[in-house]
Design a binder for this molecule. Sequence first.
Ligand code: BGC
Length: 377
Amino acid sequence: MKKLVRNSAVVILAILASGCGNGTKEEYKMSKESFGSLDGKEVVLVTLTNRQGNTLKLTNYGATVVWIDVPDRDGNVDNITFGFEDLEGYLNGDPYFGSIVGRYANRIAEGKFSIDGKEYTLAINNDPNTLHGGPEGWHSVVWDYEIVEPEEGNPAVHFRYKSPDMEEGYPGNMEVEAIYEWTDDNEMIITYSATTDASTVFNITNHAYFNLNGAGSGDILDHELTIRAAAFTPVNETLIPTGEIIPVAGTPFDFTSAHRIGERIGEGYDQLELGLGYDHNFVLDNNEKIDAVVYSPKTGRYMEVETDQPGVQFYCGNFLDGTMRGHEGKVYNYRGGLCLETQHFPDSPNQPEFPSTRLDPGDTFRSVTLYRFGVRE
Ligand code: BGC
């Protein structure tokens, strides 16, 4: 039977390590503390500490990843994702650090789409388009949560949100869930599910920024990236896909074998100029378990990404400008973090050739993305 932990001031819950044959050293710990409140709703910070002693911190504001600490090749542990020390930080112009974005991740052209001949109009928050659901998307709402200690499987935090009909202009009452697990092998697994009571469009992702040298320690241009994608979707000057799906071969978008992110970013290639760097959806081959790998030669840390989604938005922090300070006052510089946002393609509701993002009553959307952290020489 599952044990659920709800709303007490501070809860510490330890799962006994007995019988755990992982070569690991500690008990699994789950705790929560107050992170503030918003619109009368309690906002909490939940800390999951696995048997390696590494932690994943989450808040129910935006169902957000706040902190992930993992060792480098010498055993030095550091936080490798962008976040703030308190709720205030997230309320002051946060560029989606670690949050879930929805209902529609990435852009919808001019904030318009049609379903069965009926046109819907969204708020424009990324002139002339709608970005990441709209100005008050799911990154900025307080989600319900449960901390779950299962008898089998991994400890987890279940975040749930009921999105009302016409919220931010989208039709249908939706019920959405994002479950985070943090395993003893330093894997963060996110399982999404969603239903609607009227036909709508839906595209969900997590928008974590990673720097495997430590969040706030310079840029990510030395990181080596592999994306198992033979094609990408080029964009126009407002970062809306043109509708084409073009091969990466022979372009700076070919990450089918590992390349330093900085290696070709300055090349006079029109898509890099339009994106101000990499800010594009890659069409995943989806035929291997691991869809993307990032590796830092400096620290030896790597991150592997596995997903069942058809695309991944590779964004390398081109819009960061060094004015934002996060954990421990560290500065998040221009290109100081990279995002690998697993998702459907941007603007799919207006692009008939792209995989459909329509969700109908009676259908349940289900999807899993895994981020695995490790080290190598
Ligand atoms: C988009 C970028 C945008 C960023 C906001 C990414 O998903 O592709 O264009 O600036 O999110 O943080």
